[in-house]
Design a binder for this molecule. Structure first.
Ligand SMILES: Cc1cc2nc3c(=O)[nH]c(=O)nc-3n(C[C@H](O)[C@H](O)[C@H](O)COP(=O)(O)O)c2cc1C
Length: 208
């Protein structure tokens, strides 16, 4: 059981190219969303919502916007870096079976959120934990997930009718995949390498 958890953690990948587009069993989707909804949250605020997107029209509009933003980022690059970025696929919006947009409502739970008075971002952290639960549950189900963040929040809120005050935090492509890559795409393309754990762990004081 413990081994299974570690196996899923290390097998998880961010997916763009490997989606098959095969249908998602509603019972499986329900299990994945139930896992996301079981995440810890500051003051038990559960500030997330999940918008399940199947509409080809919405996906198409979003995909178009993502590629406009891709161009915005590409324009900040030059030389070899730009050439490398040009080869990287940054989303599977069209290819994945469905998408899930995870949102954050800072007003959920009233004004007195236990544990958030000094750190407003604790609400956002909670939403990210729901995303990670979703990601791991989907991986355990044999699915892939791809987080897409090449978008402007105002655009996505307008597209999905998200009310003012509620923030879209993640657009997640989800569905069956041909396989999960062993190495992250960005590493495979030579964009960036993972740092070793030893560089991230400090003893007692920063830098030690
Ligand atoms: C907040 C967040 C936003 C991300 N946005 C994108 C994105 O827009 N496009 C993309 O291709 N990957 C995106 N990723 C995936 C990362 O590039 C990926 O997690 C990282 O390269 C490590 O690979 P792995 O998840 O397969 O281990 C995002 C990941 C996170 C956590």
């Amino acid at each position: 059981m413990i081994r299974d958890l570690y196996e899923v953690i290390f097998r998880r990948r961010d997916v763009r190219a490997e989606f098959t587009g095969a249908p998602v069993d509603p019972a499986v989707l329900d299990r994945i969303l139930t896992a996301a909804h079981a995440a810890p949250s500051v003051g038990l605020s559960q500030p997330w919502d999940f918008v399940v997107i199947r509409s080809p029209r919405i996906k198409e509009d979003f995909h178009h916007h993502v590629h406009t933003e891709r161009d915005v980022f590409a324009a900040t690059l030059t030389g070899e870096e730009k050439a490398r970025f040009d080869r990287i696929k940054i989303d599977g919006v069209r290819e994945s079976s469905l998408s899930i947009v995870v949102t954050y409502d800072p007003a959920r739970g009233g004004p007195s959120i236990l544990g958030r008075h000094a750190i407003a971002d604790a609400g956002l952290y909670s939403v990210c934990l729901a995303v990670q639960n979703l990601w791991l549950a989907a991986t355990a189900e044999g699915f892939g997930v791809g987080w897409v963040s090449f978008y402007r929040e105002e655009f996505l809120s307008g597209l999905l009718g998200i009310p003012a005050g509620i923030r879209p935090v993640a657009w997640l492509c989800l569905g069956p995949v041909s396989h999960l890559a062993e190495v992250p795409d960005l590493e495979r393309h030579g964009w960036r390498r993972r740092r070793p754990l030893s560089a991230a762990v400090h003893d007692d004081r920063w830098g030690a």
